[in-house]
Design a protein around this ligand. Structure first.
Ligand code: ATP
Ligand code: MG
Length: 586
């Protein structure tokens, strides 16, 4: 990169990334009159994933930061793989992430006529020719990076002949694959992309926007740079694999003689324990390895949304990882850290028991129900308080009781005391077992009425505090616990004879039932406003995407499968990073 004139100290203080440095230098030197115009250019051939989110945040973020503009442009040059379903989902995802393309929604297919005109310019300049070789023949004569390719025998066709054949290609006179239009550049170029690349192919396919108007379609490489140019994009930001295409894009722009955008490449985002290519994600969906594009285990934006990630957490993640010039893999725990941090501030707390153990308070009156006051979010006083019913029969987590515990076990055990959060200190008197199986079926406790939380005399301290719910007030809900979709950090790095699919984690989804305090009902069953802007859900159940912290357990989000009769929650993330704990133990 050129030496930018921004002083080192200033760069460090403002911690500009390398793209921002380029842009600021361009602004400073008056390139494009200081205008900044970026774009996000997805191909509508699948749903967006977290890697795209990175690109969206980057492009729209730069537009915002430099008072510029950002276009959304669909690079829809391949009718065979593209679909309006994808177009719609992409728009929804970009909006959900919090970005706005305003009136600047474009499609490469809008430029088909213009691109055709550019092709004619090249033909007239003897820079393009119609080639009758088959795709295989073209492949075979391309050579290798160390061996030059062979020139096509059709390379010497006259301008008139090329114009005639190209217009007849457009008119539909020839079958698919019989002819292509190629650039006439250099079959000996060390850059394979410069070896007379194909510009147009014949494809009698219906396009989701242009219908049957065209039977020749431009290649992505012939459309992308020119689309940027037509939209007068100042900084065309793309991933590293396009670096080697840049000379070709520059060649097109120069030969056609149109506005020159500046292409800047950055490293694609990879995340551990997942795959990121749309092709593979589509395979997982088609083969039923996941329930759909929005399966909460998928790295897709709609999957993350359904899982319970917030736009803020994803934007924060994108910001934190920054932009790199070399390929790297980001630990998925960083993404989880970002959502935890966000939900900690925003999610109300509830108590929920996942694996219940019945607790009977022997000295508590049979029919008494007391309302215990609980803080909704200790991080945010404005979230207020709620009441939680306490009664004689409760549930606690099975793991919170041990019949014969080690010394350091500060939870419940015979003869030991714990505090039930927001309620009383209880003491375990005895455990009752099933005589057949020996399994503990219930535990009997006594409570100390002087220890009610918040009361002046409740100062007595015990080491452990447990969450609990009142049996007769608890609401049953289905809970979906997710783990990594793959067991291998990089599933694409497969051993011989294996594919990424061999590393699918068979335990990535576990469904359990939980008992949740009744406040979950008033919180969840409310007008269906939260579903606004989420059109793929198809469910009218209220409160979808409501998020909670279940005390001591994790963050949970209401799934779209919820109905007023049955609540379904997705676990967004456990409270702590259980994986890093495992690593520490090792
Ligand atoms: P995939 O390889 O997953 O199919 P793609 O690059 O073909 O992705 P496009 O629809 O062409 O998908 O991508 C739209 C934009 O998103 C491009 O500018 C591309 O560079 C960017 N992008 C795609 N994947 C990533 C990623 N993993 N990290 C950062 N940016 C990405
Ligand atoms: Mg692509």
């Amino acid at each position: 990169m050129e030496d930018t004139k921004i002083p080192e100290e200033e760069k460090a203080a403002r911690s500009l990334n390398f793209i921002e440095e380029i842009i600021e230098e361009d602004i400073r030197t008056g390139v494009n009159d200081g205008r900044v115009h970026t774009r996000f250019p997805p191909e509508p051939n699948g749903y967006l994933h977290i890697g795209h989110a990175k690109s969206i945040c980057l492009n729209f973020g730069l537009g915002k930061k430099y008072n510029g503009k950002t276009n959304l442009r669909f690079d829809d040059t391949n009718p065979v793989k593209e679909d309006v379903e994808y177009v719609d989902s992409i728009m929804e995802d970009v909006r959900w992430l919090g970005f706005d393309w305003e009136e600047r929604l474009f499609y490469a297919s809008d430029y088909f006529e213009q691109l055709y005109g550019y092709a004619l310019i090249l033909i007239r300049k003897e820079k393009a020719y119609v080639c009758d070789m088959t795709a295989e023949e073209i492949g075979e004569t391309r050579g290798t990076p160390t061996r030059p390719g062979k020139e096509s025998i059709y390379r010497s066709r006259t301008v008139d002949e090329n114009l005639d054949l190209f217009s007849r290609m457009r008119a539909g006179e020839f079958p698919d694959g019989s002819r292509v239009l190629r650039a006439k550049i250099d079959m000996g170029s060390p850059n394979m992309h410069m070896r007379d690349p194909v510009l147009y192919r014949i494809l009698h396919a219906h396009h989701h926007r242009t219908g049957d108007q065209w039977c020749i379609y431009p290649m992505y490489d012939f459309a992308h740079g020119q689309s940027d140019s037509i939209e007068r994009i100042t900084h065309s930001i793309c991933t590293l694999e396009f670096e080697v295409h840049r000379p070709l894009y520059d060649w097109f722009i120069r030969e056609i003689g149109i506005y020159v955008p500046r292409q800047i490449e950055f490293a694609r985002l990879n995340v551990t324990y997942t795959v990121m290519s749309k092709r593979k994600l589509l395979e997982l969906v088609r083969d039923g390895n996941v329930s759909g594009w929005d399966d909460p285990r998928m790295p897709t934006i709609c999957g993350l949304r359904r899982r319970g990630f917030t736009p803020e957490s994803i934007r924060n993640f994108a910001e934190t990882i920054g932009v790199a010039k070399r390929d790297n893999v980001i630990d998925v725990s960083l993404l989880e850290f970002c959502v935890r941090e966000d939900l900690n501030k925003r999610a109300n707390r509830l108590m929920a028991v996942m694996n219940p153990m019945k607790v009977i308070i022997d000295n508590y009156p049979e029919d008494l129900v007391e309302e215990m006051e609980c803080v909704n979010n200790p991080e945010d006083e404005l979230k207020g308080k709620r009441k939680m019913p306490f009664s004689k029969t409760l549930f606690i987590e099975r793991d919170d009781f041990m019949e014969d515990p080690p010394n350091k076990f500060f939870r419940l055990a015979p003869g030991r005391e714990v505090r039930l959060k927001a309620a009383y200190i209880i003491r375990c008197e005895r455990a009752v077992k099933d005589p057949g199986t020996g399994e503990i079926t219930e535990i009997h406790c006594t409570y100390d009425p002087q220890t009610r939380s918040g009361m002046p005399e409740s100062n007595r301290k015990v080491k452990g505090t447990l969450h609990w719910v009142s049996e007769k007030h608890a609401i049953k809900a289905e809970i979906r616990l997710y783990d990594r979709l793959f067991t291998k950090e990089n599933p694409d790095d497969n051993e011989e004879g294996k594919t990424y699919k061999d590393y699918l984690n068979p335990d990535s989804l576990k469904v359990i039932t939980a008992w949740i305090e009744p406040a979950v009902l008033s919180a969840v069953i409310e007008p269906a406003v939260k579903t606004a802007g989420y059109t793929t859900s198809g469910s009218s159940a209220a409160g979808i995407f409501d998020k909670y912290q279940f005390e001591r357990t994790g963050y949970f989000s209401v799934d779209k499968d919820s109905t007023p009769e049955k609540l379904v929650f997705n676990r967004v993330v456990p409270l702590k990073d259980s994986w890093s704990k495992v690593e520490k133990v090792k």
